[in-house]
Design a protein around this ligand. Structure first.
Ligand code: AMP
Ligand code: GLY
Length: 443
């Protein structure tokens, strides 16, 4: 079967690598992809917002399955239009993608179906929102309702910060995405990315991961799309996974069906694991990036069969299998990120880095010019390694990072610190285990 992947990041390179292992795969296309994915898939220059053009391409090339990586095309209804044209698509309909596309929708949905989440209120005007903020006090969370590229959430320690966030949202900082806001209580605990696959009726767990959202070591600096991740998340014991499936994933799938918008695709629950169990921070309707890199590095089944099963409403009965190894990925970003990144600089040493045992170099924002690899985005590479422990995977990943010669790039040096502190025992986690983990390796 011929497959088209939509997207350009490390997640889509990871999807391409995993799909490539399927014995059923024929030709693999990617729109637009990157210099890494180009080694295993044919890059196509498609305007993804032009659904007619995507459908025409699929017909011309007899595409049997479209796999959509990012959320924006799903929120824009690409899956609906493909399905109407008779092309199978992995990824939810526009109506089901509202779980990610509107935070207010997601919160009301949680309330209706008793899915544990933070207490909240929705607002369409500044004054009542300010009054509610003052009544609640800080710390408090202010969120733009719509898609804001991960930047529309402010966890405010002080009231003034929350008020400023609110004013900037209603002033149009996020355009239409900020025309409505959600104000919610702060959740305490440890954050986890949990993935499940669904065909609209049933869901199966598809591994967990922990992301590192802040740009700098020690979880400092502004939020990013994610600077590194590892899988599995040690806090997700079998018992905790079972609770998440029962208390969050199953009611979500049942609720969306009840609303006439069955969810087909990857359901990514951003969770806070706190003293009274798992609570939903937010839904995403796709795989995470860089979570996909680590989750798919551990996946051992036939991804094409699984994604096709979701798209066709016939998820395979057997639970997906994963390696017992830990996967860890370190994102290399271009100077300037998460602001405007420096583009066009040359990256050397990729072959040497890829020769490190257990390492996969996932490309994100890269392009090829002649024989040279050039940086072409904010997050540029995701250097991924497998290991028997988080510590081993981390050593391998950083050994590969150090083999890459790219002066204009940077990365965090502490990816995995929390899990490594845990591997060393409870004392390490409490007494600034991170400093010990990265000692001697800070550059
Ligand atoms: P979101 O885009 O909703 O995932 O929010 C971005 C980040 O803000 C999350 O990954 C959390 O780290 C944090 N966050 C969002 N909502 C809350 C909350 N209610 N309590 C604590 N942290 C939150
Ligand atoms: N890494 C978080 C996300 O993909 O939303």
């Amino acid at each position: 079967m011929d497959v088209l992947i939509i997207g350009s990041g490390g997640r889509e390179h990871a999807l391409a690598l995993a799909l490539k292992k399927s014995p059923r795969l024929g030709r693999l296309f990617i729109a637009p992809g990157n210099a890494g994915a180009a080694d295993i898939a044919q890059q196509v220059a498609l305007a993804v917002g032009d659904h007619r053009a995507v459908i025409d391409f699929c017909r011309r090339e007899t595409i049997g399955l479209v796999v959509v990586g990012p959320e924006a095309p799903l929120v824009a209804g690409l899956a609906d239009d493909l399905e109407a044209a008779g092309v199978a698509c992995f990824g939810p309909s526009r109506a089901a993608a509202r779980l990610e596309g509107s935070k207010g929708f997601a919160k009301d949905f949680c309330r209706e179906f008793a899915i544990p989440t933070a207490a909240y209120r929705r607002f369409r005007a500044l004054e009542p929102a300010l009054a509610y903020l003052r009544e609640k006090g800080a710390p408090i969370v202010v969120k733009a309702d719509g898609l804001a590229g991960g930047k529309g959430v402010v966890v405010a320690a002080a009231l003034a910060e929350a008020e400023a966030a609110l004013r900037s949202m209603f002033d149009g900082a996020f355009g239409a995405a900020g025309a409505e806001v959600v104000i919610e209580d702060v959740l305490e605990g440890e954050e986890v990315s949990f993935f499940a696959l669904s065909d609209g009726e049933r869901a199966v767990p598809f591994a967990s991961a922990q992301d590192h959202k802040r740009v700098a070591d020690g979880d400092a600096g502004p939020n990013t799309g994610g600077m590194g991740a590892y899988s599995p998340a040690p806090i997700m014991t079998e018992a905790m996974s079972a609770r998440v499936m029962e208390e969050i994933i199953a009611p979500t799938i049942a609720g969306m069906r009840a609303r006439g918008a069955p969810f087909r695709g990857a359901l990514f629950a951003g969770l806070m694991i706190g003293p009274d169990g798992p609570k939903l921070i937010e839904y995403n309707v796709r795989f995470g990036d860089p979570e996909a890199e680590v989750v798919l590095a551990r996946f051992q089944g036939d991804l094409l069969e699984l994604l096709l099963g979701c798209a066709r409403g016939a998820l395979p009965k057997a639970s997906p299998l994963f390696s017992d190894q830990t996967a860890l990925t370190v994102v290399l970003a271009a100077t300037g990120y998460p602001g405007p990144p420096v583009k066009g600089t040359e990256i050397r040493g990729l072959e040497r880095a890829a020769a490190t045992p257990g390492v996969i170099i996932h490309h994100a924002g890269t392009r090829r010019e002649g024989g040279r690899f050039l940086a072409d985005g904010g997050r540029v590479l995701a250097v991924t390694a497998l290991g028997a422990s988080v510590g081993e995977a981390q050593n391998r990943a950083y050994a590969a990072v150090d083999a890459i010669d790219w002066p204009e790039g940077f990365c965090r040096r502490d990816i995995g610190w929390r899990a490594i502190a845990r591997e060393r025992g409870p004392d390490a986690l409490q007494s600034n285990g991170m400093e010990r983990t990265i000692a001697g390796r800070r550059t």
